[in-house]
Design a protein around this ligand. Structure first.
Ligand SMILES: [Fe+2]
Ligand SMILES: [Fe+2]
Length: 212
């Protein structure tokens, strides 16, 4: 029985750098249009893989980090395959990606508000925040879907619970990459400022069946 599965966190923002919870209406809106949600989610996974590969090309000097980014890219592509199979099972095809205002605005904030940590550290932190927001939303989806009576929705809930654990790990990896570049105090200060900016972005974006 999948409805006996316990979620391994006590609240959706636990362990994440985020300060602004997702609007309470988002989960039902997302579950109300699973086709749109899954299409957006699939593109998030392939973009995460592409980003990890592009970071290898931009910052190749740290072999240990390169290996971690290779593993991350492979894991994101596996997630992409899994989401694509869910779309296929619903008799749908993947639609083209929509513009990603969330990621665009987060990057623009970094460019406008230089925090003294350098572009490389800032890029790792911005990637980490994207992972963290995905983690929170996967947790919300898992909580809501695991409580449904429909078995297919329960299965999707278990899928999102597993993905939430992966995104939580990915957030920690990017934070650790930042900590390899800068002192803990500077990273912490930048995380605090980025959390405030991210909160404003997420508050202003429309509430849609999308991951961000
Ligand atoms: Fe992923
Ligand atoms: Fe991820």
């Amino acid at each position: 029985m999948t409805d006996t599965i316990q979620v391994p966190w006590t609240e959706p923002l636990q362990g994440l750098p985020l300060t602004q919870p997702t609007h309470e209406s988002w989960t039902q809106i997302a579950i109300g249009d699973l086709d749109a949600l899954l299409a957006d989610h699939a593109h998030c996974e392939q973009k995460a893989a592409s980003m990890a590969l592009s970071l290898i090309a931009r910052y190749p000097e740290n072999t240990d980090r390169t290996k971690k980014l290779m593993a991350l890219a492979a894991e994101e592509m596996h997630h992409f395959k899994q989401v694509l199979e869910k779309i296929e099972a619903r008799g749908r095809v993947l639609t083209k990606p929509l513009p990603d205002a969330y990621v665009k605005q987060l990057r623009e904030w970094s460019f406008r508000h230089v925090g003294g940590v350098g572009t490389k550290t800032d890029t790792f932190l911005a990637c980490g925040f994207v992972e963290a927001r995905s983690c929170e939303r996967f947790r919300l989806l898992a909580q809501a879907l695991l409580g449904q009576s429909d078995q297919e929705l329960q299965k999707l809930g278990a899928f999102y619970r597993n993905l939430a654990d992966a995104e939580s790990r990915h957030w920690e990896s990017f934070r650790d990459f930042a900590l390899e570049e800068q002192t803990p105090a500077r990273v912490q200060k930048r995380m605090t400022d980025m959390a405030e900016a991210e909160a404003a972005i997420i508050r202003d974006l429309p509430i849609e069946p999308r991951m961000h």
